[in-house]
Design a protein around this ligand. Structure first.
Ligand code: PGA
Length: 244
């Protein structure tokens, strides 16, 4: 049986009080042996509350973004160094919403991944094709570019996690077909192999993951866990995913 990772991307949802309330219930209900497989990405305003709530557990957390400098005159940005000092383990890099709404480029992703690694925080690099790109048979070209533009810059092979999230499956209720997930994950693994990245590097799937589809998706080769948006906001629905 594979040991899957279960990552919750809360996006711009919940305030500190709601965060505290969520974790009180979640910590009670999550079987303790699963703690080390679970990661939360709350909004930056809730990280201190998250750190305090999870301090006595093996549940990990991270920020949804970071800047590629660790300090200085960069108004509004988040320092990966500070995330590390607060006890965070991860940072999301290149979520499709960052690419789409905030104009983040592959070059920026590479710099963010580098800075996260340099301070000892694991970057979770998100990649994925749009519906237009899939329809035009460009999925593999897009995925390869999004990966290679980043990993060719890296001096070290770890820590790193990849999250494959087809843009058309995010928040839409349309989950990718198992065959599509298998093909994409196998392609990502092959690409990582070409650059000598270890087989142990996790590749997560994201996009409308729910309790009802998590078991089947988790059994697909090269799927090492999930990045979950909507279904991670409620204790019950996220626990269903973590219990597959
Ligand atoms: P979703 O979001 O689970 O709501 O589709 C996934 C994500 O954006 O990471």
């Amino acid at each position: 049986m594979k040991k899957l990772l279960f990552a919750a991307n809360w996006k711009l949802n919940k305030n500190p009080a709601q965060t505290k309330f969520f974790f009180e219930e979640f910590k009670q209900k999550l079987p303790s042996h699963l703690q080390e497989q679970v990661i939360f990405f709350p909004p930056a305003t809730n990280l201190e509350t998250t750190a305090a709530a999870l301090a006595s557990t093996s549940i990990k957390w991270g920020s949804q973004n970071c800047y590629f400098q660790t300090q200085g005159a960069f108004t509004g940005e988040i320092s990966a160094q500070t995330i590390k000092e607060m006890g965070g383990h991860f940072v999301l890099v290149g979520h499709s919403e960052r690419r789409q709404y905030f104009g983040e480029t592959d070059e920026m992703m590479a710099r963010k991944v580098l800075v996260a690694q340099s301070v000892g925080v694991t970057p979770m690099l998100c990649i994925g094709e749009t519906l237009e790109e899939r329809k035009a048979n460009k999925t593999n070209v897009v995925l390869k570019k999004q990966i290679v533009e980043v990993i060719k810059q890296l001096a070290i092979k770890a820590p790193l996690v990849i999250a494959y999230e087809p843009v058309w499956a995010i928040g839409t209720g349309v989950v990718a077909e198992p065959a599509q997930v298998l093909e994409a994950h196998a392609f990502i693994r092959t690409t990582l192999n070409e650059f000598s990245f270890p087989e142990t590097l996790p590749i997560l799937y994201g996009g409308s993951v729910k309790g009802s589809n998590a078991k089947e998706l988790g059994s697909i080769p090269h799927v090492n866990g999930f990045l979950v948006g909507g279904a991670s906001l409620e204790v019950k629905s996220f626990l269903e995913i973590c219990s597959v």
